[in-house]
Design a protein around this ligand. Structure first.
Ligand code: BGC
Length: 765
């Protein structure tokens, strides 16, 4: 449900008049589209028709059942009051909507058809935070291509993804939807996704418009509480939070979504500095900006005035399309009559929407995404599912392998326990509205598929949570936490009995899918107590225990890391969950994922991230010292550092070399290192490079990620890896927000995580 909430000319009149005319004419010339068809259409449009194009609606009822032709929406389309729809899918349904727009409106302008295709369409891939943990840009790009192929087969031509919000706050539920804490990695992922969705030609029927969101800084909400205010200095903004949005824009993303939060007291949706000065004037963005869901109307609750005032402010600021709120539709004409907005502003917003439709080829053929034969071939195909399985297993992070318990033998006697061990409803992960849980492979089933010879006893062991009120909040999109009729004691007893008879226990625990995602902020991010009890009891049995941990965020697991258990972090793995987990547990695939957001020791330590500053009083010794920047009760370091992840094999780093000990400003520098696989399995390693700018005009981070490469190294094999630092990699935004590199010494660390110790250095002249 949606609540809606001048110049007196006394002297030299002619010169001034001529000057004014010149300025106006050149401004108009600048604004003109390079697409003649768009200009020709604009000439024909009434002001009402232009405003209509700025209106994005959703018919409601969810993607699968959304009735396109619900009275209201149909009438509005016919009246020329709709520029696009979302939440409607299927080539036939989309065709019906498109037909109304094309055949029953005066100008026959086709609709944009949007959707949230966040981590796959029907073939659901791992959560974005899990996908990021693969550090595999080519793979991420392929998942986006498949998502585009499936979505366009179902009539979609515009995707509300990628979300590239940097977040260093795991209390924020939407950390699951992004790439984690780091702008360098986040930018690489932004490029991989944009080019995956759009490729190089939007008129192709298997590509769609991508939307970079949520512009901007949405991941830095105070206290990790969703939709909350953001207060951040410009230096931090430019260095740490803005780069992934910019990377998406440089990669050609065709639309931008404004965020819910305010920045310096101005909601992003009505923020002229953000949407015009920065986005268009500084970064040169040429596409269109859409609001987030009713974020325009929400400016009323933010305290900026009534619907007419906030709508005018948003248009003045540079917003082009209003999602769901109908503020533009219902007030812009009045604001125009009252001189609060100009006709040029309305025309310009409309021009950008029409250009997007033109780029998609919709004017040429409005039904190019409505081939009824495509869904069957293109959606959930064998190949797509194979990619989902590959992506999932590559996203898993081995946090601990106690006594090398993993991988398990395929004929082992296994007690498979835990509330997520056979829970089809919790495999896809949050924000997979286009996916369908019925296609998901639960873990019990995956174990049977991969290890047919294993003797598996299943027991639920515990509820995800015993708290009914909490469960209700998590179950708004269907059952995720199902509280058993049996008592916790009875369930625990059953699990312990299964454990007694087994060689090894696999416990699947963690978060239900909707415990992360939008409006799922938490002040406690530990495994729920009901499951902690199960894990403690299992650890005491003396049997080897493997904890398969599911979550959409970093969790505080200090207790579990201290128990004699192995821990495999699997996020919410998507449609092939069970098969992919079994692949790793039984050794068909050697884990290679690395976390992309530091895992804190406790909530009080947030924010904790790898690129923190030294401060004037750094902790230099291992032992605690008075008057240092530290805590009395815990270490400064995170429980699990950024970039960390184990393998079934081991890698040894040596021979770090830099090709030039001195470089000039326009010269790249190559760092090479030898990595040897010293264990018993072939495996992949993510070789990471961290840079420390020793002296500069604004305080530098202790180290910051500036390079990585994922490599396959067979057992016993040794490889030399070369990572190149480009001149831009040495640059940062200084106090004047100039992007520069300052001469001096740069230290370089290379290794398998952000604590890498192998070091070299070079000097920038
Ligand atoms: C979310 C966006 C999403 C939009 C449309 C909003 O609540 O913040 O990420 O694209 O809804 O579904």
């Amino acid at each position: 449900s949606i609540t809606f909430q001048k110049i007196k000319m006394k002297r030299m009149p002619f010169i001034l008049l001529a000057l004014t005319m010149f300025v106006c004419l050149s401004a108009k010339a600048q604004a003109q589209s390079s697409i003649p068809q768009v200009e020709a259409l604009l000439e024909k449009m009434t002001i009402e028709e232009k405003i209509g194009q700025l209106n994005l609606l959703t018919p409601g009822g969810g993607v699968a059942t959304g009735s396109v032709v619900s009275e209201n929406v149909e009438a509005k389309i016919k009246a020329g009051n709709v520029g696009g729809l979302f939440g409607v899918a299927g080539p036939d349904k989309v065709r019906m909507a498109q037909k109304i727009a094309v055949e029953q409106t005066r100008l026959g302008i086709p609709l944009l058809i949007g959707s949230d295709v966040i981590h796959g369409y029907k073939t659901t891939f791992p959560l974005p935070l899990g996908l990021a943990a693969t550090w595999d840009m080519e793979l991420i790009n392929r998942t986006a291509q498949v998502a585009a192929k499936e979505a366009t087969a179902d009539g979609i031509n515009w995707n509300f993804s990628p979300m590239v919000d940097i977040s260093r706050d795991p209390r924020w539920g939407r950390i699951s939807e992004g790439a984690g804490e780091d702008p360098f990695l986040g930018s690489a992922i932004a490029r991989a996704m944009v080019t995956g969705y759009q490729q190089d030609d939007l008129t192709r029927p298997n590509t769609m418009i991508a939307t970079v969101k949520h512009f901007a800084l949405y991941g830095a909400a105070e206290g990790g509480r969703d939709y909350n205010s953001v207060d951040m200095g410009r230096v931090k903004m430019f260095n740490d939070y803005l780069p992934p949005y910019k990377a998406a824009i440089d990669a050609g993303v065709a639309s931008v979504m404004s965020s819910f939060n305010d920045i310096d007291g101005v909601p992003a949706t009505g923020n002229k500095w953000l949407l015009t000065d920065l986005l268009r004037d500084k970064w040169g963005f040429k596409g269109f900006v859409v609001s987030d869901y009713t974020s325009l109307n929400e400016m009323i609750a933010h305290g900026l005035g009534n619907l007419q005032a906030v709508s005018a402010q948003a248009l003045n600021a540079g917003l082009d399309m209003d999602m769901v709120g109908e503020g533009f539709l219902t007030t812009l004409k009045k604001s125009l009559d009252e001189g609060k907005v100009t006709e040029d502003e309305i025309t310009q917003a409309c021009r950008r929407i029409l250009e997007a439709k033109y780029k998609l080829g919709l004017f040429e053929d409005p039904y190019r995404y409505n081939d009824e034969t495509r869904p069957e071939k293109d959606i959930l195909s064998k190949d797509n599912r194979a990619l989902a399985r590959e992506a999932a297993r590559k996203s898993f992070v081995l946090l601990k392998n106690e006594n090398n318990t993993l991988p398990l033998k395929k004929d082992a006697k296994i007690a498979l326990v835990g509330p997520l061990a056979d829970s089809q409803n919790n495999m896809l992960g949050t924000w997979s509205p286009t996916g369908d849980t019925k296609y998901a492979v639960p873990i019990l089933e995956g174990f049977k598929n991969v290890a047919a010879g294993a003797k598996i006893t299943y027991a639920k062991g515990a509820n995800i949570s015993n708290d009914k009120a909490f469960a209700e909040k998590i179950n708004v999109f269907g059952p995720r936490i199902e509280i058993d009729e049996r008592t916790p004691e009875t369930m625990l007893k059953e699990a312990l009995e299964a454990a007694k008879k087994a060689d090894v226990v696999v416990a699947v625990a963690g978060e239900a899918t909707e415990m992360t995602g939008e409006a799922s902020s938490m002040t406690s991010i530990s495994i729920p107590e009901s499951q902690k009890m199960l894990i403690r009891a299992l650890a005491k049995t003396g049997k080897p225990v493997v904890l398969v941990l599911m979550s959409g965020r970093p969790l505080t697991i200090e207790e579990e890391m201290g128990l004699p258990v192995s821990i495999l972090q699997v996020w919410h793995p998507g449609v092939e969950a069970g098969n992919a987990i079994a692949d790793v547990v039984f050794g068909n695939y050697n884990p290679s994922g690395k976390i992309t957001a530091s895992w804190p020791r406790n909530v009080g330590q947030i924010p904790v991230y790898h690129s923190m500053k030294n401060t004037g009083r750094p902790e230099l010794k291992k032992e605690w010292e008075k008057f240092k920047s530290s805590y009395l009760d815990v270490d400064n370091s995170p429980l699990i550092p950024f970039g960390f992840g184990l393998s079934y094999t081991t890698f040894e780093y040596s021979d770090i070399k830099v090709d030039h000990s001195e470089i000039t400003q326009d010269q790249p520098v190559n760092i090479s290192v030898t990595v040897k696989n010293t264990g018993n399995y072939d495996g992949e390693e993510v070789v990471q490079l961290y840079l420390h700018d020793v002296v500069r005009s604004i305080t530098p981070p202790k180290r910051t990620l500036k390079g990585f490469q994922k490599v396959m190294i067979n057992k016993g094999e040794r490889k030399t890896i070369t990572l190149t630092l480009t001149p831009d990699d040495l640059k940062f935004y200084n106090g004047n927000l100039d992007f520069i590199a300052e001469p001096g010494v740069f230290e370089v660390y290379v290794g398998g995580n952000s604590d890498a110790q192998l070091k070299t250095q070079f000097t920038l002249k």
